[in-house]
Design a protein around this ligand. Structure first.
Ligand code: PLP
Length: 397
């Protein structure tokens, strides 16, 4: 009889969003007249910008005539999009060549698929609290996971020490769920650690477009030495509202080698075997994100979410509450008032203020005692929620 991948039996139930949905459903059943203020969502709420819509329409029209029709696209990405993304890096002073860029259907896909090129005996270091996919993808592959906890004392930005041992290192900056962002010096210590130990950093830059402070790095490749130890995985999901349209990109420098193998060449081989590329239409829409109109328009959308962040952080500042994120990230990670655990505070927010947030404990044990607010909701919900949050915090003081 065939044997299935028994590593799947080691996965814990991903009960976080299921439990949130259950609790909110029950609340609405008992309180049908109430309206919920949804600050839990990880999806965007604004539509694609005009420049992208125009490019998508034009690409659809291209598919209607023999002269402009496109069939299979190159597996690693259309040259026009690889060039555009390489230029995006080069314009920021980061030298990335077109054939170091791989177009994907999104960061989630790549975060899982990329594990194919690493031996199963290699260990994976996950900084917690973390985006849940890092842990689960490695459990599915039967990999040993090293959990590195972060907390308030290091601003949820832990650094490596000499006792740490790991082959793959996940770094997400700006971070989901904490919104914390590593500075260049801090990232340099991770790069030095990886180069010193032959490890590889998988740098998740899904939220790079939310960085406002000029001195903060958008890419791991802004750090000296990263070309020999890092892979960057990025996405247009939050940058440009592509959550439902689907497009991401991965950067693998040609200098990145282990066991005398080029990881860039390995990934070319992987992609040319396991995908037939991303659709022409979507790649055309994605290229428009990087054009001058597209850049202006996505900035306006990001500003809308940033203004939501400011509304929430202002309320927390007024109440003297500790948090990370908001300024350079679309998430705010708030320390719950002292006597409350994550789920208790979630219940209090739901029952007393009709706010839906995400309990920090769902992102790893060290998220206990914290709650995550997303800034992707509507302005109306965000304004109402920040007022109600202040009232609630005053009441329980
Ligand atoms: N990485 C992080 C940290 C995320 O928060 C998300 C989505 O929420 C992703 C990756 C997935 O992005 P994509 O929509 O491109 O699959």
């Amino acid at each position: 009889m065939i044997k299935v991948n028994m590593n799947y039996s080691n996965l814990k139930d991903s009960y976080l969003f299921f439990r949130i949905a259950q609790k909110t459903k029950e609340y609405l059943k008992n309180n049908p007249e109430k309206k919920l203020l949804r600050l839990g969502i990880g999806d965007v709420s604004l539509p694609l910008c005009g420049a992208v819509i125009k490019a998508l329409h034009e690409a659809v029209d291209d598919q209607a005539s023999k002269e402009t029709f496109h069939g299979y696209m190159p597996e690693c990405g259309a040259p026009f999009l690889r060039d555009t993304i390489s230029e995006y890096y080069n314009n920021r002073g980061v030298g990335i060549e077109s054939d170091e860029v791989f177009v994907s259907s999104g960061a989630s896909d790549e975060l899982g698929d990329i594990l194919d090129i690493f031996d199963r005996s290699s260990s994976a270091l996950v900084i917690e609290p973390s985006y849940p996919a890092y842990v689960d993808a490695n459990i599915m592959a039967g990999r040993n996971i090293v959990h590195l906890n972060s907390d308030k004392s290091n601003g949820f930005l832990p650094l490596p020490d000499k006792n740490l041992k790991a082959d793959l290192i996940y770094i997400c900056s700006p971070n989901n769920p904490t919104g914390a962002v590593y500075n260049k010096e801090q990232l340099k210590s991770w790069v030095d650690f990886a180069n010193g130990n032959g490890a590889i950093i998988l740098f998740d830059a899904a939220y790079e477009a939310f960085i406002e402070d000029e001195e903060l790095p958008h890419s791991i490749f802004e750090i000296e030495g990263a070309r020999t130890c890092a892979i960057e995985i990025c996405s247009l999901s939050k940058t440009a509202g592509f959550t439902g349209t689907r497009l991401g990109y991965t950067v693998i420098p040609k200098d990145l080698k282990r066991n005398e193998m080029s990881l860039n060449s390995m990934w070319v081989r992987n992609r040319t075997t396991k995908t037939n590329g991303v659709s022409y239409i979507i790649q055309k829409g994605a290229a428009a994100v990087f054009g001058s109109e597209g850049r202006k328009q996505i900035k306006q959308n990001i500003k809308f979410y940033k203004d939501n962040a400011e509304i929430i952080t202002k309320a927390l500042d007024e109440m003297g509450i500790w948090y990370t994120g908001g300024k350079n990230a679309p998430y705010i990670w708030m320390k719950c008032p002292d006597k409350y655990g994550s789920w208790e505070f979630f219940d209090l927010l739901l029952n007393n203020a009709q706010i839906v947030a995400t309990p920090g404990e769902g992102f790893g044990k060290c998220g206990e005692g914290y709650i995550r607010f997303s800034t992707f909701g509507s302005r109306e919900d965000t304004l109402k929620a920040s007022e109600k949050l202040k009232e609630l915090l005053k009441e329980i003081k």
